[in-house]
Design a protein around this ligand. Structure first.
Ligand SMILES: NC(=O)c1ccc[n+]([C@@H]2O[C@H](COP(=O)([O-])OP(=O)(O)OC[C@H]3O[C@@H](n4cnc5c(N)ncnc54)[C@H](OP(=O)(O)O)[C@@H]3O)[C@@H](O)[C@H]2O)c1
Length: 278
């Protein structure tokens, strides 16, 4: 980490991004972090080494503003860029809604790909490393996460092709966390209780594994030690994967049932109010 003085972390206000930032600050006394998210007030208390910056990274304007800010505050170039901001939807995908579909791609995919182009031009031949938070769901999609997994599979494809095009000065690392105890499981279900896929990790463990992996210049970082052996087991013994997927189908069924019960409850309350008024 010694060489990384100027670092950008997106999605730094909570969860994995926050843990990565805290681990970086602990490991490298020389680094300064430009910490981006919408709620920059959540990262106001880290002192001079953290520069909070508020922007919406699902828009071109937001990403452009972040690069403009980095050029303003860093004396030199961005050594390390963690492209981590992202969000899920957890749902049964059975609707027509162009804007909702676009929104998740704008944040998780378009913004991340556009960041690559911006960073490449910003470096202008100087050395840099771009770290993408992909997901285990970018390798194995699960029921309830159709759109989310699609955004992450897209990133898996993008990094694969671009590595063979990219000039040597820009290195790429990708991280593939499993379920991590963050706001992810509040945001995904719109505040409703979600049952995360097994196994579940703490964000601090992910932050540590990511910083260690980046330090070792790893191209692919798997923070959960049981992930790769489980993946191997599932491809060697397909019934294991079938059972795992069935468990996720059960979780989605329960989630959808809770929403339907909620809706029925609201309708019944409205009917009751009407009758009372009569
Ligand atoms: N948790 C998991 O199970 C898991 C597993 C695999 C991969 N991941 C990936 O890890 C990354 C971080 O997620 P997390 O689990 O740490 O969730 P989180 O706690 O909800 O953090 C998401 C971060 O992204 C920021 N963000 C969201 N929308 C944004 C926008 N439009 N513009 C700018 N910043 C935005 C949020 O800040 P503001 O709300 O302040 O904007 C927050 O700092 C995501 O890419 C996610 O897909 C998560």
């Amino acid at each position: 980490m010694e060489n990384h003085k100027n670092v950008v972390v997106t999605g730094a206000s909570s969860g994995i991004g926050k843990s990565i930032m805290e681990e970086l600050l602990a490991q490298n006394r020389d680094c300064r972090v430009l910490a981006a998210c919408r709620r920059a007030e959540m990262i106001a208390d880290y002192g001079e080494r953290v520069i909070p910056f508020s922007c919406d990274l699902s828009t071109k304007e937001g990403v452009d503003a972040l690069f403009a800010k980095a050029e303003e505050v860093f004396d030199g170039h961005i050594d390390l860029f963690f492209c981590n901001a992202g969000a899920p939807y957890y749902e049964r995908f059975d609707y027509e809604d162009w804007d909702r579909i676009s929104h998740i791609f704008d944040l998780n995919t378009v913004g991340h790909i556009y960041t690559y182009s911006k960073y490449l031009h910003h470096l202008d031949g100087r050395e840099g490393r771009l770290v993408y938070t992909i997901s285990a769901m970018g390798e194995m999609a699960l029921p309830g996460y159709a759109l989310y997994a699609a955004t992450k599979f897209a990133m898996k494809g993008f990094q694969q092709a671009i590595r063979d095009e990219t000039p040597k000065n820009l290195q790429i690392s990708c991280i593939y966390p499993v379920s991590t105890k963050t706001n992810f499981f509040n945001v995904g279900g719109g505040g409703r209780k979600m049952e995360p896929p097994f196994p579940v990790q703490a964000p601090e463990a992910v932050g540590k594994a990511v910083v260690k992996g980046v330090e070792k210049l790893k191209k692919h970082i798997y923070p959960c030690p049981v992930y790769l052996p489980s993946k191997l087991l599932m491809s060697a013994v397909p019934p294991v994967k079938k059972l795992y997927v069935m468990a996720q189908q059960g979780k989605l069924r329960r989630f959808v049932k809770r929403i339907e019960e909620e809706k029925r409850g609201v309708v019944e309350n409205i009917k009751l109010e009407h009758e009372i008024r009569k």
